[in-house]
Ligand binder design. Structure first.
Ligand SMILES: [Zn+2]
Length: 377
């Protein structure tokens, strides 16, 4: 016969299978089980009474709380006790802990084989010890950790030793089988954990891909918007220059002023006027600054030679594409109110300083239209 420490064998012998059998209908601990526990020589009467009292206290408190919340007495009792599971778990842990302490003392220095736990979800660290040989008193031992139900098979201890109680004597074949099923269960549990982690990684990957796809969509939409703006702006530029006049060409509405843009303007311009909902647009008014010397003798800012004479650079087609950036991320902005409200933005971009003005329409049409643009070195 093998000599073993098997927590489950001890627990089965002293505690009922069904946890609620521990208590009578009026919530008293059943004497039969108290007697069982008292027969275990490694448990003192004090340990047992303390363990039972603590759990009963817990139940009574819970019942009181539930009743205070409006549950009926019967319902409160049923819910609080919930099958007596807590009481059984507490007593089981007490028994195993004390048994383990007792073993440590009685078998000090003996070799043992670590036997598997019967726990539903075995401790993966303990699972690494299954079947390996250790020495009592060196390192962690089965039953020490809270909830541990691992066992021990002692080597070099004879079952004929009169000090060995019957509960520790087990058929060697049974021990071997217990070891094998335990190992297999631990392997299954490990596999399930790995599968769970893999599933979670997959889920996270899918989320990342989803985010990336959405980001790509946004980027593409922005790129498309930029292309559209360029096409429309160049079209407008070409038409205005070709006809050499301001025509009724559809304006390009490139941005509606939101609350934050308006707030920034109010602060920077020190004005009370809220421009939220106004739209920035580019229209055929660009005629006034993309042209050179015109038939009437007036000049825009589109002629390179003329501009260089006054220390400026001619406004070219591609400069119009900067207007949304200039009006949004200007270096400075100022206001003129004489002859209608006008905003003048200044922004330095790549060694060139852009001056761009917009006229603010009446509150009915709510638009900001190009007034002038010139560029200084
Ligand atoms: Zn364990």
């Amino acid at each position: 016969m093998s000599v073993v420490f098997d927590p489950d064998r001890i627990l089965e012998k002293v505690l009922p299978k069904k946890a609620d059998d521990l208590l009578t209908s009026d919530l008293k601990f059943r004497d039969k089980f108290k007697q069982n526990l008292l027969r275990l020589d490694f448990l003192t009467k004090g340990d047992i009474n303390k363990g039972i009292a603590k759990s009963l206290q817990f139940y009574n408190r819970k019942i009181k709380d539930l009743k205070a919340q409006g549950e009926s007495a019967a319902e409160a009792k049923a819910q609080a006790i919930n099958g007596g599971a807590l009481l059984k778990a507490r007593l089981s842990d007490l028994v195993v802990e004390k048994a383990s302490e007792d073993i440590k003392e009685k078998f000090a220095g003996k070799q043992y084989i670590w036997l598997p736990s019967s726990a539903e979800d075995p401790d993966p660290v303990h699972a690494l010890n299954y079947g390996k040989t250790f020495i009592v008193g060196e390192g962690e031992q089965p039953g020490e950790r809270y909830g541990c139900r691992c066992g021990m098979e002692f080597l070099g201890v004879s079952h004929t030793d009169p000090d060995i109680p019957d509960i520790m004597k087990v058929n060697p074949g049974k021990v071997k089988q217990q070891l094998e099923t335990g190992k297999a269960r631990a392997q299954e549990a490990a596999k399930a954990r790995v599968a769970d982690i893999e599933a979670r990684i997959k889920e996270a990957d899918a989320k990342i891909k989803d985010i990336e796809a959405r980001e790509a969509q946004v980027k593409q939409a922005e790129a498309q918007k930029a292309i559209d703006f360029e096409t429309k702006t160049y079209d407008l530029y070409d038409k205005v220059l070709k006809d050499n006049k301001i025509d009724a060409i559809e304006p390009i509405k490139y941005r509606v002023i939101d609350k934050s843009e308006s707030k920034k303007l109010m602060i920077d311009l020190k004005i009370q006027k809220d421009l939220t909902g106004y739209t920035h647009e580019i229209n055929s008014e660009i005629y006034h600054f993309i042209t050179g010397i015109r038939a009437n003798g007036k000049a825009g800012h589109g002629d390179a030679i003329f501009e260089s004479k006054i220390g400026q650079i001619a406004v070219q087609k591609k400069d119009l594409l900067l207007i949304p950036e200039i009006t949004k991320n200007y270096d400075s902005v100022s206001i003129k109110t004489r002859g209608g409200m006008k905003l003048r933005y200044v922004k330095k971009i790549k060694e060139k300083t852009y001056y761009y003005s917009e006229s603010v329409s009446n509150p009915k049409s709510k638009v900001l239209r190009p007034k002038t643009m010139f560029i200084k070195k």
